[in-house]
Design a protein around this ligand. Structure first.
Ligand code: CP
Length: 319
C-alpha cells in the first residue's frame, strides 16, 4: 500500500503517487473552509517562514501562495527577480544558498527554465515547491484543477477530459496529464499541429503513454466531442521562438473555444482555463463568462491547495 503524502519538496506531479495526490487534495478540502470565514487565519504554521521566489510574472500563483502562508500564520516574503541581486549577476545557486542561510522553512520558486526547482532542492535545506518551471510542470495548478473537477463532478476516475491549445509549451498540460491519468481519467489533447508534440515520447514522459488513458486528436472537435471537462490552454507567446500559426485571428477561428464547439461536449461539461486568458483568442467571452466556466472557482481553490502544499512541505501530515 502507498504511504501517505509526507514529502519535503513538491517538484512535480510526475514524482507523486495516486495516494500522494489524494492526500494533498483531501488536506486542501480541510483548509477550504478557513477561506470562507470572516477571520481567515489559523495558527497552523505560526513561526514558519515561506519565501516566494518568482523569476517570472504571476498574478494567481504568487498571490495565492502568499495568502495561503498568511492565512496559516506563516511569515511570507516575496522576492521578484527585478528586486533581487540576480539582476546584478548572482547565480541561481548562490541566490538559493543565501536565502537558505536565513533559515526559511519553504522556498516557493517559479522560473522560466525547466528543472530549476529540482536544482534548488539539491542545495537547499528548506522545502522547495515548484510554482512553474519553464514548459516542464506546474504541480499546484494541476492540483487546483483537480480540486475544481472533484467538487463539480464528484470524481475524476473515468471522466473524459479534453485539453486544447498550446500543448507543446504548456507546463499546465504536462502536470494535468500526469495527474489526470494517475487518477484514472481519459485525456484527449488537440491543437494546431505545430503546438501538439509529434513525438509520442513527450506524452509518455508526461505520464500518458497509454492510448487507453491519453489520445492525441487531429481536430479540436474530436477532443471536445463527449468530454466531461474542457480545459483550454493559454497561447504561450513568451515561450514560442517561431511562428506556430499564421495569425491570432486564424487561431481563434480554428481552435478557439466558442459555444458551438462547446456544444459538442456533454451537456453538463465544465470549462477550465488556468489563466491568464486571452479573451477572443483561445476562449470566446461567451464561454469564459458562462455558467459552465469555472475559471474563478479554480482561482478560489488555488488558495486551499497551496495552504495544503505549504502545510505538508513544512512537516504536516496528510489526512
Ligand atoms: N495559472 C497561473 O499560473 O497564473 P499566474 O501566471 O498568474 O500565476
Amino acid at each position: 500500500m502507498d504511504k501517505p503524502y509526507r514529502r519535503r519538496d513538491l517538484l512535480g506531479i510526475r514524482e507523486l503517487t495516486e495516494a500522494d495526490i489524494r492526500g494533498i487534495l483531501d488536506t486542501a478540502e480541510n483548509f477550504r473552509e478557513i477561506n470562507a470565514r470572516e477571520i481567515k487565519k489559523v495558527p497552523t504554521l505560526r513561526g514558519k517562514t515561506v519565501i516566494n521566489l518568482f523569476f517570472e510574472n504571476s498574478t494567481r500563483t504568487r498571490t495565492s501562495f502568499e495568502l495561503a502562508a498568511k492565512r496559516l500564520s506563516a511569515d511570507a516574503v516575496n522576492i521578484s527577480v527585478s528586486s533581487s541581486s540576480v539582476s546584478k549577476g548572482e547565480t541561481l545557486v548562490d541566490t538559493a544558498l543565501n536565502l537558505d542561510a536565513m533559515q526559511p522553512d519553504c522556498i516557493v520558486v517559479r522560473h522560466g527554465s525547466a528543472g530549476v526547482p529540482h536544482q534548488l532542492a539539491k542545495v537547499s535545506r528548506a522545502a522547495v515547491v515548484n510554482a512553474g518551471d519553464g514548459a516542464n510542470e506546474h504541480p499546484t495548478q494541476a492540483l487546483l484543477d483537480a480540486m475544481t473537477i472533484r467538487e463539480h463532478k464528484k470524481k475524476i476516475q473515468g471522466l473524459e477530459v479534453a485539453i486544447v491549445g498550446d500543448i507543446l509549451h504548456s507546463r499546465v498540460a504536462r502536470s494535468n496529464i500526469h495527474l489526470l491519468t494517475k487518477l484514472g481519467a481519459k485525456v484527449r489533447v488537440a491543437g494546431p499541429g505545430t503546438l501538439v508534440p509529434k513525438d509520442f515520447e513527450f506524452f509518455i514522459d508526461a505520464g500518458g503513454g497509454d492510448e487507453r488513458s491519453l489520445q492525441v486528436c487531429p481536430h479540436v472537435e474530436d477532443a471536445i466531442q463527449g468530454a466531461d471537462v474542457v480545459m483550454i490552454l493559454r497561447i504561450q507567446r513568451e515561450r514560442q521562438d517561431s511562428a506556430y500559426f499564421p495569425t491570432l485571428r486564424e487561431y481563434a477561428v480554428h481552435y478557439g473555444l466558442t459555444n458551438d464547439r462547446l456544444d459538442l461536449a456533454k451537456k453538463d461539461a465544465i470549462v477550465l482555463h488556468p489563466g491568464p486568458m486571452n479573451r477572443g483568442i483561445e476562449i470566446a467571452s461567451e464561454v469564459a463568462d458562462s455558467s459552465r466556466s469555472l475559471i474563478l472557482d479554480q482561482v478560489k481553490y488555488g488558495v486551499a491547495v497551496r495552504m495544503a502544499v505549504l502545510y505538508l512541505a513544512t512537516g504536516g501530515s496528510a489526512n
